[in-house]
Design a protein around this ligand. Structure first.
Ligand code: MRU
Length: 355
């Protein structure tokens, strides 16, 4: 793909350019990241976000760093800054480590890094296509079994092409189902506090003309009780070897409601989202703690179309902002991966990925 993907690309001058996701859905603008510091800041401030895209940007971040250093030892320091920019999405650490391993004996760091980053990202884009196809098979199956015209799918946060190149994870099967002529409708959780569902998922689905409805985060359980959700598909930021799933805060509550209402709960992930070193995700997956301001303030455009932040709580009330939660494997119906669908279970994951 020559380094050109939907959410990020190498521009004509060979610098990394990304869609500024902080501005969506109000403005579609891109940002050029010319230095390692700019790459690190873009990941930290969520100009780019979503586990897969963070990894993709990190891989090109290593290439960017190579333009600034004289040798591999210097590169290691820059790599460590990128690696530490966010804690939960393991795709970030995986991308940095994969790049550094391949560059170890390089005699031409910048050229090799560019080539390796493109290879890594091309492989990620292919995995997204496979997830699309395996996931759409499940949607088709549910449609046949339930003999329904429209399939209602609930999703949380954003796991589309803004989050994973080149079509996403949770949304990839939905795009593929639409291509197959299946009538899909998506319940989009707003996903407080940063509203990635209401602003990013809804924007993506609008672009592709996929039917959708934005719901307040607390609505999903009620919709399940009245039979209006046929399945849930979410993405993930890290899945442990035993199948526990870290994803955007609130995912666990959706999994609980799904379990109680016998609604299938699927998690769509590429291989880079597995952390085989963690055997107990409930205990060992690190959970990001972000600024309380993300809970206390909300962003939006005012009547004059100006993007603003407004305080929605008493100024002095404290807030706490965990970015992610962990859904135990027992609540997950299946993992939709690039290698097919498997149970969220140590033996099945081992069979498919670790042997
Ligand atoms: O904090 P974010 O917006 O980076 O969180 C993103 C999510 O939680 C997504 O659901 C997750 O990355 C899965 S898509 C790769």
């Amino acid at each position: 793909m020559n380094g050109k993907y939907k959410a990020l690309w190498l521009n004509e001058e060979n610098y990394l350019e990304v869609i500024d996701q902080q501005k969506l859905p109000f403005e579609y603008v891109s940002k050029v990241l010319k230095t390692t510091d700019e790459v690190v800041e873009a990941i930290k401030d969520m100009t780019v976000r979503g586990a897969g895209v963070i990894g993709s940007v990190a891989a090109f971040g290593i290439y960017t760093a190579c333009l600034e250093v004289k040798n591999y030892e210097e590169l290691k320091q820059k790599a460590s800054l990128i690696r530490k920019s966010r804690p939960t999405a393991v795709n970030l650490m995986w991308a940095v480590d994969s790049m550094m391993l391949r560059l170890k004996n390089s005699t031409n760091l910048a050229d090799d890094a560019k080539k390796f980053a493109i290879e890594l990202n091309d492989a990620e884009a292919k995995e997204s296509q496979k997830i699309a196809s395996y996931g759409a098979d499940i949607i088709e199956d549910i449609m046949t079994k339930k003999n329904k015209k429209t399939i209602n799918i609930l999703t949380h946060c954003n796991a589309g092409w803004l989050a994973v190149i080149d079509e996403g994870t949770a949304l990839a099967p939905i795009y593929e189902a639409q291509r197959r002529g299946i009538d899909v409708h998506v319940w989009v959780d707003e996903t407080r506090p940063r509203n990635q569902g209401a602003s990013l998922t809804a924007w993506e689905l609008t672009q592709s003309k996929v039917k959708h409805t934005i719901i307040a985060d607390n609505t999903g359980g009620h919709l399940m009780q009245i039979g209006d959700v046929d399945m849930v598909i979410v993405g993930a930021d890290r899945v442990s070897a035993n199948g526990d799933v870290a994803n955007k805060i609130g995912t666990y509550l959706k999994a609980l409601a799904s379990y109680d209402n016998k609604v299938p709960f699927y998690v769509a992930i590429p291989e880079s989202t597995f952390d085989f070193d963690i055997k107990d995700g409930m205990k060992d997956i690190p959970i990001e703690l972000r600024s309380e301001d993300e809970v206390k303030y909300m962003r939006g455009v005012d009547a004059d179309g100006v993007l603003r932040e407004v305080l929605v709580t008493p100024k002095d009330s404290p807030a706490i902002n965990y970015g992610f939660d962990v859904t135990p494997a027992r609540l997950v119906t299946g993992l939709i991966t690039n290698k097919g669908v498997c149970k969220a279970d140590f033996e099945e994951i081992k069979q498919k990925f670790m042997l």
